[in-house]
Design a protein. Structure first.
Length: 283
Protein backbone atom coordinates (compact mmCIF):
# COMPACT_ATOMS: atom_id res chain seq x y z
CA UNK A 1 0.00 0.00 0.00
CA UNK A 2 1.02 3.63 -0.38
CA UNK A 3 1.82 5.23 2.97
CA UNK A 4 1.20 8.88 3.82
CA UNK A 5 3.13 10.82 6.42
CA UNK A 6 0.27 12.82 7.86
CA UNK A 7 -3.40 12.15 8.31
CA UNK A 8 -5.40 13.17 5.21
CA UNK A 9 -7.59 16.17 6.07
CA UNK A 10 -10.77 14.46 4.88
CA UNK A 11 -10.32 11.80 7.55
CA UNK A 12 -10.87 14.45 10.22
CA UNK A 13 -14.09 15.86 8.77
CA UNK A 14 -17.33 14.85 10.45
CA UNK A 15 -19.52 12.48 8.48
CA UNK A 16 -23.21 11.72 8.76
CA UNK A 17 -22.47 8.01 8.91
CA UNK A 18 -21.25 7.83 12.48
CA UNK A 19 -20.42 4.72 14.41
CA UNK A 20 -21.42 4.36 18.04
CA UNK A 21 -19.18 4.15 21.08
CA UNK A 22 -20.42 2.39 24.18
CA UNK A 23 -19.16 1.30 27.54
CA UNK A 24 -18.58 -2.41 28.06
CA UNK A 25 -18.02 -3.95 31.51
CA UNK A 26 -16.81 -7.40 32.44
CA UNK A 27 -15.41 -9.43 35.31
CA UNK A 28 -11.85 -10.68 35.52
CA UNK A 29 -9.06 -11.34 38.03
CA UNK A 30 -5.63 -9.94 38.85
CA UNK A 31 -4.07 -13.27 37.84
CA UNK A 32 -1.29 -12.91 40.39
CA UNK A 33 -0.55 -14.59 43.72
CA UNK A 34 -3.60 -13.01 45.32
CA UNK A 35 -5.80 -13.49 42.23
CA UNK A 36 -8.34 -10.91 43.35
CA UNK A 37 -11.58 -10.49 41.41
CA UNK A 38 -11.84 -7.31 39.33
CA UNK A 39 -14.69 -5.54 37.60
CA UNK A 40 -13.33 -3.65 34.62
CA UNK A 41 -14.44 -1.65 31.64
CA UNK A 42 -13.56 -1.09 28.00
CA UNK A 43 -14.95 1.13 25.27
CA UNK A 44 -16.33 -0.43 22.12
CA UNK A 45 -16.74 1.23 18.73
CA UNK A 46 -19.44 -0.25 16.52
CA UNK A 47 -19.34 0.89 12.89
CA UNK A 48 -22.20 2.77 11.28
CA UNK A 49 -24.95 0.39 10.26
CA UNK A 50 -23.84 -2.28 12.71
CA UNK A 51 -25.98 -5.30 11.96
CA UNK A 52 -26.22 -8.37 14.19
CA UNK A 53 -26.68 -10.53 11.12
CA UNK A 54 -23.23 -9.50 9.84
CA UNK A 55 -19.98 -10.97 11.17
CA UNK A 56 -17.35 -8.36 12.05
CA UNK A 57 -13.60 -8.53 12.51
CA UNK A 58 -12.34 -7.17 15.83
CA UNK A 59 -9.40 -4.89 16.60
CA UNK A 60 -8.29 -4.81 20.24
CA UNK A 61 -6.51 -1.46 20.64
CA UNK A 62 -4.43 -0.43 23.64
CA UNK A 63 -3.36 2.86 25.22
CA UNK A 64 0.07 3.71 26.65
CA UNK A 65 1.50 4.03 30.15
CA UNK A 66 -0.34 6.08 32.74
CA UNK A 67 -3.68 6.06 30.95
CA UNK A 68 -6.57 3.65 30.73
CA UNK A 69 -9.32 2.50 28.38
CA UNK A 70 -10.55 6.09 27.78
CA UNK A 71 -7.50 7.03 25.72
CA UNK A 72 -8.34 6.19 22.11
CA UNK A 73 -12.06 6.86 21.85
CA UNK A 74 -12.91 9.18 24.75
CA UNK A 75 -9.86 11.38 25.21
CA UNK A 76 -9.31 11.61 21.45
CA UNK A 77 -12.77 11.53 19.84
CA UNK A 78 -11.23 12.36 16.46
CA UNK A 79 -10.18 8.69 16.45
CA UNK A 80 -13.87 7.92 16.04
CA UNK A 81 -14.11 10.42 13.18
CA UNK A 82 -11.15 8.74 11.45
CA UNK A 83 -12.80 5.33 11.80
CA UNK A 84 -16.13 6.67 10.51
CA UNK A 85 -14.46 8.12 7.43
CA UNK A 86 -12.33 5.08 6.73
CA UNK A 87 -15.36 2.82 6.69
CA UNK A 88 -17.56 5.24 4.73
CA UNK A 89 -14.87 5.68 2.06
CA UNK A 90 -14.30 1.91 1.86
CA UNK A 91 -10.64 2.18 2.78
CA UNK A 92 -11.16 -0.98 4.82
CA UNK A 93 -14.00 -3.21 5.90
CA UNK A 94 -16.01 -1.98 8.89
CA UNK A 95 -14.83 -3.65 12.09
CA UNK A 96 -15.45 -3.51 15.81
CA UNK A 97 -12.77 -1.69 17.81
CA UNK A 98 -12.31 -2.52 21.49
CA UNK A 99 -10.16 -0.34 23.76
CA UNK A 100 -9.47 -2.06 27.10
CA UNK A 101 -6.75 -1.44 29.69
CA UNK A 102 -3.99 -3.66 31.02
CA UNK A 103 -4.14 -1.87 34.38
CA UNK A 104 -6.19 -3.35 37.19
CA UNK A 105 -8.07 -0.11 37.76
CA UNK A 106 -7.78 3.67 37.72
CA UNK A 107 -5.67 3.72 40.90
CA UNK A 108 -3.30 1.19 39.36
CA UNK A 109 -2.38 3.27 36.31
CA UNK A 110 0.56 4.92 38.04
CA UNK A 111 2.32 1.65 38.75
CA UNK A 112 5.78 1.28 37.25
CA UNK A 113 5.38 -2.46 36.98
CA UNK A 114 5.88 -3.40 33.33
CA UNK A 115 4.78 -6.88 34.33
CA UNK A 116 1.25 -5.64 33.67
CA UNK A 117 2.07 -5.97 29.96
CA UNK A 118 2.68 -9.69 30.13
CA UNK A 119 0.17 -10.42 32.87
CA UNK A 120 -2.62 -9.03 30.68
CA UNK A 121 -2.38 -12.19 28.56
CA UNK A 122 -4.51 -14.13 31.05
CA UNK A 123 -7.31 -11.57 31.24
CA UNK A 124 -7.26 -11.15 27.48
CA UNK A 125 -7.65 -14.85 26.78
CA UNK A 126 -9.89 -15.99 29.60
CA UNK A 127 -12.16 -13.01 30.18
CA UNK A 128 -12.03 -10.05 27.80
CA UNK A 129 -12.21 -11.79 24.42
CA UNK A 130 -14.90 -14.27 25.52
CA UNK A 131 -16.97 -11.45 27.05
CA UNK A 132 -16.71 -9.20 23.98
CA UNK A 133 -17.30 -11.92 21.43
CA UNK A 134 -20.25 -13.32 23.36
CA UNK A 135 -22.05 -9.97 23.09
CA UNK A 136 -21.05 -8.60 19.70
CA UNK A 137 -21.49 -10.05 16.24
CA UNK A 138 -18.07 -11.44 15.34
CA UNK A 139 -16.75 -14.38 13.35
CA UNK A 140 -16.83 -16.40 16.57
CA UNK A 141 -20.63 -16.30 16.21
CA UNK A 142 -21.12 -16.41 19.95
CA UNK A 143 -19.10 -19.59 20.43
CA UNK A 144 -16.29 -18.43 22.71
CA UNK A 145 -14.84 -21.83 23.45
CA UNK A 146 -11.06 -21.81 23.20
CA UNK A 147 -11.26 -24.13 20.22
CA UNK A 148 -13.47 -21.74 18.28
CA UNK A 149 -11.52 -18.63 19.26
CA UNK A 150 -8.41 -20.29 17.88
CA UNK A 151 -10.28 -21.28 14.74
CA UNK A 152 -11.31 -17.64 14.14
CA UNK A 153 -7.91 -16.04 14.93
CA UNK A 154 -7.60 -14.54 11.43
CA UNK A 155 -10.54 -12.27 12.25
CA UNK A 156 -8.85 -10.78 15.30
CA UNK A 157 -6.14 -8.10 15.51
CA UNK A 158 -4.23 -6.54 18.39
CA UNK A 159 -2.45 -3.18 18.37
CA UNK A 160 -1.20 -0.68 20.92
CA UNK A 161 0.95 2.37 21.46
CA UNK A 162 4.04 2.80 23.66
CA UNK A 163 3.52 0.57 26.72
CA UNK A 164 0.55 -0.80 24.78
CA UNK A 165 2.98 -1.63 21.98
CA UNK A 166 5.04 -3.63 24.48
CA UNK A 167 1.79 -5.31 25.55
CA UNK A 168 1.08 -6.16 21.91
CA UNK A 169 4.24 -8.24 21.95
CA UNK A 170 4.00 -9.67 25.45
CA UNK A 171 0.30 -10.35 25.95
CA UNK A 172 -0.92 -10.94 22.40
CA UNK A 173 2.01 -12.03 20.22
CA UNK A 174 4.21 -14.09 22.57
CA UNK A 175 1.43 -15.61 24.66
CA UNK A 176 -1.73 -15.63 22.54
CA UNK A 177 -0.42 -16.17 19.04
CA UNK A 178 -3.11 -18.78 18.52
CA UNK A 179 -5.82 -16.14 19.06
CA UNK A 180 -4.52 -13.33 16.83
CA UNK A 181 -2.98 -13.28 13.38
CA UNK A 182 -2.67 -9.48 12.90
CA UNK A 183 -0.46 -7.21 15.03
CA UNK A 184 0.24 -3.50 15.23
CA UNK A 185 3.05 -2.52 17.63
CA UNK A 186 3.20 1.30 17.55
CA UNK A 187 6.30 2.80 19.22
CA UNK A 188 8.42 0.21 20.93
CA UNK A 189 9.03 -3.37 21.90
CA UNK A 190 10.90 -3.57 25.21
CA UNK A 191 11.50 -0.03 26.44
CA UNK A 192 14.84 1.77 26.95
CA UNK A 193 16.14 -0.73 29.52
CA UNK A 194 14.94 -3.92 27.86
CA UNK A 195 17.01 -6.84 26.67
CA UNK A 196 17.16 -6.73 22.87
CA UNK A 197 18.61 -10.21 22.57
CA UNK A 198 15.77 -11.64 24.63
CA UNK A 199 13.10 -9.92 22.55
CA UNK A 200 14.59 -11.04 19.24
CA UNK A 201 14.72 -14.60 20.55
CA UNK A 202 11.10 -14.47 21.74
CA UNK A 203 9.88 -13.12 18.40
CA UNK A 204 11.67 -15.83 16.47
CA UNK A 205 10.58 -18.62 18.84
CA UNK A 206 6.95 -17.44 18.78
CA UNK A 207 6.90 -17.59 15.00
CA UNK A 208 8.74 -20.91 14.87
CA UNK A 209 6.40 -22.56 17.35
CA UNK A 210 3.33 -20.96 15.83
CA UNK A 211 4.05 -22.17 12.32
CA UNK A 212 4.87 -25.66 13.60
CA UNK A 213 1.39 -25.75 15.13
CA UNK A 214 -0.31 -24.44 12.01
CA UNK A 215 -0.71 -20.80 13.09
CA UNK A 216 0.61 -18.41 10.49
CA UNK A 217 1.24 -14.69 10.88
CA UNK A 218 -1.06 -12.76 8.57
CA UNK A 219 0.71 -9.45 9.20
CA UNK A 220 2.81 -7.56 11.71
CA UNK A 221 2.64 -3.84 11.00
CA UNK A 222 5.27 -2.11 13.12
CA UNK A 223 5.26 1.68 13.09
CA UNK A 224 7.34 4.43 14.62
CA UNK A 225 8.62 7.93 14.02
CA UNK A 226 12.35 8.40 13.54
CA UNK A 227 12.33 11.07 16.28
CA UNK A 228 10.31 8.87 18.67
CA UNK A 229 12.00 7.97 21.96
CA UNK A 230 11.17 4.31 21.27
CA UNK A 231 12.44 4.27 17.69
CA UNK A 232 16.00 2.95 18.00
CA UNK A 233 15.20 -0.05 20.20
CA UNK A 234 12.16 -0.96 18.11
CA UNK A 235 14.06 -0.68 14.83
CA UNK A 236 17.04 -2.68 16.12
CA UNK A 237 14.93 -5.53 17.52
CA UNK A 238 12.72 -5.90 14.47
CA UNK A 239 15.61 -5.55 12.06
CA UNK A 240 17.41 -8.41 13.78
CA UNK A 241 14.22 -10.49 13.99
CA UNK A 242 13.63 -10.14 10.25
CA UNK A 243 17.22 -11.19 9.58
CA UNK A 244 16.98 -14.24 11.84
CA UNK A 245 13.45 -15.52 11.20
CA UNK A 246 12.37 -17.10 7.93
CA UNK A 247 8.78 -16.39 8.88
CA UNK A 248 8.96 -12.58 8.68
CA UNK A 249 8.84 -11.47 5.05
CA UNK A 250 9.03 -7.79 4.21
CA UNK A 251 6.01 -6.69 2.20
CA UNK A 252 4.29 -10.06 2.54
CA UNK A 253 3.46 -10.39 6.23
CA UNK A 254 5.61 -7.66 7.77
CA UNK A 255 6.53 -4.00 7.45
CA UNK A 256 8.09 -1.28 9.57
CA UNK A 257 6.55 2.07 8.72
CA UNK A 258 8.68 5.09 9.68
CA UNK A 259 7.33 8.64 9.93
CA UNK A 260 10.09 11.18 9.15
CA UNK A 261 10.28 13.51 12.15
CA UNK A 262 7.53 11.54 13.89
CA UNK A 263 7.54 11.65 17.68
CA UNK A 264 5.89 9.83 20.58
CA UNK A 265 2.45 11.38 20.22
CA UNK A 266 -1.16 10.73 19.29
CA UNK A 267 -0.82 12.32 15.86
CA UNK A 268 1.61 9.56 14.89
CA UNK A 269 -0.38 6.79 16.59
CA UNK A 270 -3.60 7.70 14.83
CA UNK A 271 -1.69 7.64 11.55
CA UNK A 272 -0.38 4.17 12.43
CA UNK A 273 -3.91 2.99 13.14
CA UNK A 274 -5.05 4.47 9.81
CA UNK A 275 -2.43 2.46 7.94
CA UNK A 276 -2.85 -0.72 9.99
CA UNK A 277 -6.57 -0.93 9.30
CA UNK A 278 -5.90 -0.79 5.57
CA UNK A 279 -3.72 -3.88 5.98
CA UNK A 280 -5.52 -5.91 8.62
CA UNK A 281 -8.08 -8.55 7.71
CA UNK A 282 -7.11 -8.64 4.05
CA UNK A 283 -5.98 -11.96 2.60
Amino acid sequence: MDYVFEMPAEMLQETDKKGTVERFEYDTFTYDEENKPLHKGAWVYRPYGYDKSVKYNVLYLLHGGGFTEEWWLQMFPDTVTILDNMFEKNLCEPCIVVTPTFYHGDDDKHTKDEGRCENFRHELRKDLIPAIESKYSTFAEGDVSEENLIKTRSHRAFAGLSLGSMTTYRAAFYNNFDLFSWYGPFSGCCGPFGDHDKEVKRICETLENGYKNGYELDYMFCANGDADIAFEEHKDIMGRAVAESKYLEQGKNYDFFIVPGGVHDMKAWQLHMYHALQIFFKK
